[in-house]
Design a protein around this ligand. Structure first.
Ligand code: FES
Length: 127
């Protein structure tokens, strides 16, 4: 039912935990299953723009929610905020070599969590 990649990321998640003094935090929940996800980002201003230098997650949820959280941190690390905003739930599911159709909403949570963290950073850093 699950791809190898999903099992890999579920059993050995990358970037799990919190970032103290994060520049942006996104928290999203799924009202249907009750799962919760928190994404923390550290942003650095570089020549090519504002870049996600570090990213971590805390997730209370199903195997797919953990795997998609782990995968989105891998996908977003080192990207500019503009690029990271374009990461979609399909990108997360594709990078995990697919999710069972009934679990697609779990990848939604990861993409939304990342986008919320970026919005939080932007609202705190309005010039
Ligand atoms: Fe809730 Fe997966 S079942 S996020």
């Amino acid at each position: 039912m699950y791809s190898k990649k999903v099992i890999e990321h579920f059993t050995h998640p990358h970037n799990q935990g919190a970032i103290k003094n994060a520049d942006g935090v996104g928290m999203v929940g799924n009202p249907v299953c009750g799962d919760l996800m928190k994404i923390y980002i550290k942003v650095k201003n570089l020549k090519n723009g504002e870049v996600i230098q570090d990213i971590k997650f805390e997730t209370l949820g199903c195997a797919s929610a953990i795997a998609t959280s782990s995968m989105i941190t891998d996908l977003a690390k080192g990207k500019t905020l503009g690029e990271a905003m374009k990461i979609s739930r399909d990108d997360v599911a594709d990078a995990l070599e697919g999710l069972p159709p009934i679990k697609m909403h779990c990848s939604n949570l990861a993409a939304d969590g990342l986008h919320e963290a970026i919005k939080d950073y932007r609202s705190k850093n309005k010039k």
